[in-house]
Design a protein around this ligand. Structure first.
Ligand code: ADP
Length: 627
């Protein structure tokens, strides 16, 4: 009985059950633990108050116990309290054999309430899982270094961030340092010294070497911890800030780019005004000198030369501005026709020969260049000529003595043109930027050479449109060779025209020149008269029709499209209504494609853009008179 009394008073729960799991006895501690009276328990089995998922938990051991295979076992399991709450018990189950009774087994179980312990360890597990999840979401990992024991511990996420497995990695301070980018290691060692001295939290931003040479930026927040005022360890959090660093780097880059382009635009504007003012001063100043009564004929010639050169320089600048504006606004259509590259090279060679000779330079045309039928390809003639003349112009401009060679050769599916000079060359560090807009190697305002720094960027944009590439080989002081490639698209042989332009303009050729602008008329009529052509002038479209009807001798019409009273398009249509043969060459404004299309629609035979290139116009007139 003493035994029973002590059970009644025990703070530990006790139960006695039979082999059918019915409660025979439960002490008050157990009754309080599960919230049932002894009377209620007497009508239940222990399965009735066990948490369903744990019912099976000890049943194998229980069977073995009552079969006499074991005498005791331990188990932790959950019960359901009368209130419905889940509670945890730590059980020690043992067999008591009643004397005299054959099957008189009873089972004595002591139960300790471990609900609180379980709850706090569950809370801890939950907390750890939460922290780990939070670390994963924030892309961060944490670590601890016990300096006294020299033990380092990393959170699971830190291994993940460093892309190493916890199983194969032995972490230590040295291991961490080996993962820091070599250029950033000083931060860690210097930072450690500071931590020891200042005993404060510290935040470092440095790079980590990941496998496969990948680089991760981390923000490493480190805090020391102390025992009796002595630093005994460090704890830290590493935050992956690679994305932020990348964005920062991009922002810095675009800021620098914006500043650079601002600087370039200012330089460009200064250049442009310089490139407009200088020739304008030349023209206006020397025109005044020309009006003075007592000038000698040598002086007159010299002044006229200066006016001419200044005019050409001004025209170059205006042309460059127009071209770059067209490129900027994306109205740069491509106009593919059959182009004889031999003729293009020859034309440029003849055009620049005199200019080169004037500077004492020898301009040569490579004999290896493509000739005959193989030289005829499909491309944009105007663009090709523009690119080539730009490069030759530069070669002459940037060469003081020696020679310039131009030519082309085939390379696979490309036709490569080259312009080789023995000029000043280009410094290595500037070679890549000369194709950028507004860039000049010598970007001082007081630069030695004229130009706005747009030529090469225009050439590059046009070559891009043609589907080619531009590049340069250069040695400073020795010269440069500019190369550009365009696709080699040969023309089918039957398409190659047999005819060649006339050598001479036939005698008694009369051209009707429809032009309202006086200066343009004077220029053009002089040009034509020099070739022995008779010129009839019409100041507008309506008078062009009248004069054409009156003069049966007219063999070609040069029609300005932009005229008062009746424009050139209407006039052309009307002439075509009664004459379908007469060649009509349209003079188009700034060389816009729409003007050309409209001109052909109205019935024009050909077009030439203003400002008129004299050699081109004469060649065109010869071609159409021949037909
Ligand atoms: P620009 O000639 O109007 O200055 P470009 O765009 O044609 O502009 O050329 C850009 C820069 O490239 C020039 O200012 C010059 O410094 C350099 N450059 C171009 N062609 C040559 C060349 N043949 N030899 C040496 N430098 C050249």
């Amino acid at each position: 009985m003493n035994f029973k009394i002590s059970l009644e008073k025990s703070p530990i729960g006790y139960t006695v059950i039979n082999k059918d799991k019915n409660f025979l006895y439960a002490n008050p501690s157990f009754c309080t633990f599960v919230g049932h009276s002894l009377k209620t328990l007497n009508s239940k089995t222990f399965s009735d108050i066990t948490y369903p998922a744990d019912i099976e938990k000890g049943s194998r051991d229980f069977e073995r116990l009552i079969r006499g295979e074991i005498t005791e076992y331990r188990l932790q399991k959950r019960y359901i309290h009368k209130s419905g709450e889940v509670i945890w018990g730590d059980l020690f189950v043992s067999l008591i054999q009643d004397d005299g009774e054959t099957n008189g087994f009873t089972v004595l179980t002591s139960i300790i309430d471990i609900t609180e312990r379980k709850r706090s360890s569950k809370a801890l597990e939950d907390h750890e899982a939460f922290m780990s999840h939070a670390e994963e979401i924030a892309r961060m990992g944490s670590w601890e270094w016990d300096i006294v024991k020299n033990v380092t511990r990393w959170s699971e996420n830190l291994y993940q961030l460093f892309k190493v497995s916890p199983e194969n990695t032995k972490v230590s301070f040295e291991y961490f340092l080996s993962k820091v980018h070599p250029d950033d290691r000083y931060m860690i060692t210097e930072g450690y010294d500071q931590l020891v001295q200042q005993k404060r939290k510290m935040v470092l931003e440095h790079r980590i070497l990941l496998p496969d040479n990948e680089i991760m930026w981390i923000q490493n927040s480190i805090k020391p911890f102390f025992e009796n005022g002595k630093m005994v360890g460090l704890r830290g959090v590493n935050l992956d800030i690679t994305k932020r660093k990348r964005t920062e780097a991009e922002l810095i880059k675009s800021k620098e780019k914006a500043e650079e382009s601002d600087r370039l635009k200012t330089a460009f504007l200064q250049n442009i005004s310089h490139e407009i003012r200088t020739p304008m001063n030349g023209i206006l100043g020397f025109m005044q000198f020309l009006q003075e009564p007592n000038i000698t004929s040598d002086e007159r010639k010299e002044y006229i030369d200066i006016v001419n050169q200044s005019g050409a320089r001004l025209m170059n600048t205006v042309n460059d501005i127009i071209k770059i504006s067209k490129i900027e606004s994306g109205i740069n259509e491509i106009n593919i026709t059959d182009v004889n590259t031999e003729e293009v090279l020859l034309y440029n060679f003849n055009f620049f020969k005199a200019l080169a000779e004037k500077k004492g330079l020898n301009l040569m045309l490579s004999e290896k260049s493509l000739s005959g039928a193989t030289a005829i390809i499909q491309t944009d003639n105007t663009k090709l000529e523009g690119i080539l003349s730009n490069l030759i112009n530069n070669a002459i401009k940037y060469t003081k003595e020696g020679s310039i060679e131009i030519g082309n050769y085939r390379e696979g599916n490309n036709l490569v043109f080259f312009v080789k000079d023995s000029g000043i060359g280009i410094p290595k560090d500037r070679i890549n930027s000369i194709f950028d807009r507004f860039i000049q190697v010598d970007d001082q305002l007081a630069r030695t050479y004229e130009g706005v720094g747009l030529g090469l960027s225009i050439a590059k944009a046009h070559i891009d449109i043609l589907g080619g590439n531009i590049w340069v080989d250069s040695i400073i002081g020795n010269g440069s060779t500019f190369f550009f490639s365009i696709p080699y698209v040969p023309v089918k042989l039957e398409h190659i025209p047999k005819e060649t332009p006339l050598d001479k303009i036939p005698k008694n050729t009369t051209v009707l020149l429809a032009e309202d602008d006086r200066i343009s008329f004077l220029y053009c009529s002089k040009l034509l008269q020099k070739q022995g052509i008779t010129v009839i002038h019409a100041k507008d479209g309506a008078s062009a029709i009248d004069k054409f009807k009156e003069n049966k001798s007219v063999s070609l019409v040069l029609m300005d499209l932009n005229m008062p009273i009746m424009d050139g398009l209407v006039a052309t249509r009307q002439i075509r209504s009664f004459n379908s043969n007469i060649p009509i060459i349209a003079q188009t404004g700034l060389g816009f494609r729409e003007d050309k299309v409209k001109a052909f629609e109205a019935g024009c035979t050909d077009y030439i853009s203003k400002p008129i290139d004299s050699a081109k116009l004469i060649l065109m007139i010869k071609k159409h008179l021949h037909k």
